[in-house]
Write a protein that binds this ligand. Structure first.
Ligand code: HGY
Ligand code: MN
Ligand code: MN
Ligand code: MN
Length: 413
């Protein structure tokens, strides 16, 4: 079958329909979704995605860590162009984080079908396991294993925040596939994603040509003190794990304040035990997420945090345990591909800018191994990881159009 038939075009209604439909899977009462990795809602989302891939005639594969991809045959064999992202979410997720990139990939397949187009290269659409890392750390887990940045056996043994073991959950939901990991490196990788930040909206722009992803460092601290009576225990006698944890949390914020942008710091989890109003906490757990585009600065921030944690624990007579939950160095995307994204946006009359990604993405795992780039569309109010996450329909469709245009260039290259 020959190559160029008609001109493929995004069917906005079809794309938005799939986004809405997937958004009913794991839907939260007040809006948004909860599809924590490998839970029942994630399984339902996976089942729906596989069904859509099969309806599109894609050859579906599932690998040993549950990554799913569907391949649309090209005129020639060989490494596909891959469009990927994720359909797992945080517990208070929006409809678009991850889902947009996967469903826009399906829409590119459908647009090619409508146009009767068979491209030179095969086209793959992928959904990676546990991009969020919210239940099982680290994040970008499936894509990290797929591309060799993370070890499969180590990841299968990861215990989640609810005590579940990742490999057992993969088996439970029936998504531990037979395809070996690292069995596919694409000719190029593209990811469409909502920006999840305020930049595009604030500057009145429609498209972000993403230049790379900042470095990410997640640490879990556990402080062991001594539970005691809140009323009778003199302050000098206390070994208050909660107080030491609070001081570490304040230090994380001070690091971001002292360094200024782009340094960010987040204490997302704090747990006290026994967690009772009249008991000095004997144990405290907190997580600290540090990020920076400059790895040297990020390392200095990590060192300052660790030193402060040790000092505050010692001052309070607490034993400190720390565990690195994730650490990924900053990555740069392929300059030529970033330029193609900019050109495709310009050709569609969409005002665009280059920008780094504050969030982690599956694309960062492909960047060392093949030409990789990302396309951002604006997030209303810069909100994400929040059920209020929103991107306008026009922006969703425009982003899919840019994805189609750049993918087509790569598919015929
Ligand atoms: O943490 C992140 O940046 C991504 O959402 N997993
Ligand atoms: Mn995401
Ligand atoms: Mn996310
Ligand atoms: Mn991400």
């Amino acid at each position: 079958m020959s190559g160029p038939a008609g001109t493929p075009a995004i069917d906005g209604a079809r794309l938005l329909g799939r986004i809405r439909r997937l958004g009913t899977v794991g839907a939260l009462p007040g809006g948004g979704v909860c599809r924590l990795a490998l839970g029942d809602a994630d399984r339902a989302g996976r089942d729906l995605l596989v069904r859509w891939m099969e309806e599109l005639g894609l050859a579906v594969s599932v690998d040993a860590i549950g990554n799913i991809w569907g391949i649309r045959a090209g005129r020639e064999d060989g490494p596909p162009v891959m469009l990927g992202s994720h359909i797992d979410s945080v517990a208070t997720g929006g409809l678009y984080d991850g889902a947009l990139g996967v469903l826009a990939g399906l829409e590119v397949c459908a647009a090619l079908d409508d146009a009767g187009r068979v491209t030179r290269r095969p086209l793959a659409v992928a959904a990676f396991t546990n991009e969020e890392g919210a239940r099982f750390a680290p994040d970008m887990m499936g894509s990290g294993v797929h591309q060799g940045a993370l070890d499969l056996e180590e990841m299968l043994a990861v215990v989640g925040i609810d005590g579940a073991v990742l490999g057992a959950e993969l088996d439970r939901i029936g998504y531990r596939g037979a395809v070996p990991v690292r069995s596919l490196t694409p000719a190029a990788f593209l990811e469409l994603h909502v920006e999840q930040g305020p930049v595009l909206e604030r500057e009145g722009l429609r498209i972000g040509a993403v230049t790379g992803v900042q470095g990410i460092s997640w640490t879990e601290f556990t402080l062991h003190g001594q539970s005691n009576h809140a009323g009778t225990t003199p302050m000098a006698m206390r070994r208050d794990a909660g107080c030491a944890a609070a001081r570490i949390a304040l230090e994380a914020r001070a690091i971001a304040d002292d360094l200024g942008p782009p340094q960010v710091a987040t204490v997302g989890v704090t747990e006290l035990s026994p967690g009772l109003v009249n008991v000095v906490p004997e144990r405290a757990k907190l997580t600290v997420d540090l990020r920076n585009t400059d790895d040297a600065v990020l390392k200095a921030a990590e060192a300052r945090l660790m030193a402060a944690a040790e000092a505050h624990a010692a001052a309070e007579g607490c034993r400190l345990e720390s565990r690195r939950l994730a650490r990924f160095a900053p990555v740069e995307f392929d300059a030529a591909l970033v330029a193609r994204v900019e050109a495709a946006a310009a050709a569609r009359g969409l005002p665009a800018r280059r920008m780094p990604s504050g969030a982690g993405h599956d694309a960062q795992m492909f960047a060392p191994n093949c030409p990789t780039a990302m396309i951002f569309v604006p997030s209303a109010g810069g909100i994400s990881h929040n059920i209020a996450e929103h991107t306008g329909a026009d922006d969703l469709v425009a982003g899919a159009g840019v994805l189609l245009d750049v993918a087509l260039e790569l598919l015929e290259a």
